[in-house]
Design a protein around this ligand. Structure first.
Ligand SMILES: Cc1ncc(C[n+]2csc(CCOP(=O)(O)OP(=O)(O)O)c2C)c(N)n1
Ligand SMILES: [Mg+2]
Length: 584
């Protein structure tokens, strides 16, 4: 049988090394699906239950590998469903290729069925966004799309009218200006280094500083040893942005934990007091948690020159791959003998750890979310992949999951979208066969894409899903109360028995509601081969307090309670029991 345009497209994806595509079929993309069927021995199609999950899975694949994630959806509604996952990739700088169908090429613009110009819809989310118009367009378009996604670390989109997918590959000659095979299928990342002068300037400032602090983000993920070496030489605390969790092991003496509302008090202290600020591969957005402008001399390493100085006035810009830049810099950095700043922050860290430990050791009911989260560490392998969803769960995972060895952590960063957890786990499982995955997720985030448990079960993926069940959109409830001084509104969730749901989908479901039995139940659940769901029923009134609570926040909190918060007595009880030690 003659090859089709869709065959050419699949073969070009293979040339680029694409092995997995996440998606869901529809009549607008059936030609491409036939090509996937014909090539199923070389490229794996993974069927999800909602196209949003396909885009999230592709993003999770990209985040856990550093290479291209690919998703596919049909014309019209299928493509529209991809959007949130694609924005997640855009906002966290992940290379993702989306392939969609369009209606028949000669009916576009005639109010025909599913005649949605997805290339117009996707204009804002994409770095590259084109219609594929025929057999001689395939290589040019696919090469350009993939190269651009990788080079600009963003989303590329190719949409193909339904009938064009099925056209024979030899239907027409190329146009006179299009020489076949002129376009190439390889990509090399930029590998430039800053000049010697800039490196020396950075080293001089680092050597002169008395109170150095290092902030690492996702961009430092491949530079663990180098970050540790620099930090140890300087005696600098290492603070991480959420997506930088796992860059360095949490138990390392220089590591003070996360930054921001979900971060730690010692990280806040280090930022507040440092005189030398070294940003390595991060564009952590909340400026109020960074040093004040003018407070510290600042060096920043970023692969993207456009991001230098985004959050803090930088004295020495260092553009390049974090690992290579650090390698070039390390020899110029002198070991500091005065480590008093680090020692002070370490003392704060010890106090903070004690407080966290206290919160996680409560044996009373209702169970505190911290208790079960801390216990999870006992069951994680040295190369476990930890996926967190968005909510108060992000605070608990950020603070209580202690990264070690080859463990990897990821979540949604700049978009901070709910429901990434299950599909990211799917993406990570296909990216890293053989590795265990923890999906740590709230009941709100879980219910948004709970259909994806079916994907996990269908492909027998080694994912343990821990649902933190507080029957509320907890993060927003606390924001309404603490940030806005409004009583909670619109956050309570209708309770669902997720253990029963798991069983209905086809995997074991466990329930933990008693802290005394939590460890035994987790042990049983983690002994399951393949997927399992553990619902942890927790106290909905446990607030995710910031490392240091501002007096103004305490005031807002009180005001919301007075203004008619319906759970005021329970909240007051919890807060009094916790003795709110975070207040400055
Ligand atoms: C798609 C989307 N909708 C809404 C929000 C706003 N939001 C952020 S966290 C959150 C609550 C999450 O609830 P849940 O998953 O139950 O976790 P919890 O906060 O209770 O731990 C909401 C509604 C969001 N980030 N993303
Ligand atoms: Mg919840």
């Amino acid at each position: 049988m003659a090859k089709t345009v869709a065959d050419l497209l699949v073969e070009r994806l293979l040339d680029w090394g694409v092995k997995v595509i996440f998606g869901l079929p529809g009549d607008g993309i059936n030609g491409f699906f036939e090509a996937l069927r014909q090539h199923q021995d070389k490229i794996q199609f993974i069927q999800v239950r909602h196209e949003e999950a396909a885009a999230f899975a592709a993003c999770g694949y990209a985040k856990t590998t550093g290479s291209l994630g690919v998703c596919v959806a049909t014309s019209g509604p299928g493509g529209i469903h991809l959007l949130n996952g694609l924005y997640d990739a855009k906002y966290d700088g992940q290379p993702v290729l989306a392939i969609t169908g369009h209606t028949f090429h000669d009916l576009i613009g005639t109010h025909f069925q599913q005649d949605v110009d997805l290339d117009k819809v996707f204009m804002d989310v994409c770095e590259y966004n084109e219609r594929l118009m025929g057999p001689n367009h395939v290589h040019n378009i696919v090469d350009e799309a993939i190269r651009t996604a990788l080079a600009r670390r963003g989303v590329a989109h190719v949409t193909i009218p339904k009938d064009i997918q099925e056209w024979p590959s030899d239907l027409m000659k190329p146009s006179t200006m299009n020489i076949p095979h002129h376009s190439g299928d390889n990509f090399a990342p930029a590998s430039s280094l800053p000049s010697r002068e800039l490196l020396q300037q950075a080293a001089d400032l680092l050597n002169q500083g008395k109170k150095p602090a290092i902030l690492v983000g996702r961009g430092a993920y491949r530079a663990r040893n180098e970050v540790l070496q620099v930090a140890e030489k300087l005696g600098a605390p290492i603070i991480y942005a959420l997506l930088g969790k796992g860059v360095v092991p949490d138990e390392h003496p220089n590591v003070t934990g996360g930054l921001g509302l979900l971060g730690t008090a010692p990280s806040m202290d280090a930022m507040k007091e440092c005189d030398t600020f070294f940003i390595i591969g991060s564009n952590f957005p909340y400026q109020q948690f960074l040093p004040q402008p003018g407070q510290a001399k600042c060096m920043q390493i970023d692969i993207d020159a456009a991001r230098i100085g985004l959050r803090y006035p930088v004295d020495v810009p260092l553009v390049g791959d974090t690992r290579r830049v650090l390698e070039a810099l390390i020899g110029m950095v002198q070991p500091k003998s005065d480590k008093s700043f680090l020692e002070k922050i370490q003392k704060n860290r010890d106090e903070w750890d004690k407080l966290m430990e206290e919160r996680a050791s409560r044996m009373d009911k209702p169970m505190k979310p911290q208790v079960v989260t801390k216990l999870l560490n006992k069951f994680l392998a040295d190369d476990h992949i930890i996926i967190s969803d968005c909510g108060t769960v992000t605070t608990w995972s950020s603070r209580y999951i202690k990264m070690r060895d080859r463990q990897m952590f990821t979540c949604t960063g700049m978009l901070a979208t709910m429901a990434n957890g299950l599909p990211y786990s799917v993406g990570a499982a296909f990216a890293h066969p053989g590795r265990q995955i923890l999906c740590y997720i709230g009941d709100g985030g879980f219910t948004m894409l709970m259909c994806e448990l079916a994907t996990i079960v269908k492909y027998k993926l080694p994912v343990k899903v821990v649902v933190i069940k507080n029957n509320t959109l907890g993060q927003i409830k606390w924001e309404q109360i603490v940030m806005e001084s409004n009583p909670e509104f619109g956050c309570d969730l209708h309770p669902i028995d997720f253990a029963k749901y798991a069983e209905a989908v086809g995997c074991p479901g466990f329930t933990i509601d008693d802290p005394k039995k939590a460890e035994a139940t987790l042990k049983e659940a983690f002994a399951v081969q393949g997927p399992a769901v553990i619902q942890a029923v927790v106290d909905p009134h446990e607030p995710p307090m910031p490392g240091h609570v501002q007096m103004s926040q305490a005031y807002q909190f009180a005001k919301a309670l007075i203004r008619g918060e319906k759970y005021a007595p329970e909240i007051i009880k919890t807060v009094l029991e916790n003795k709110i030690k975070e207040v400055v």
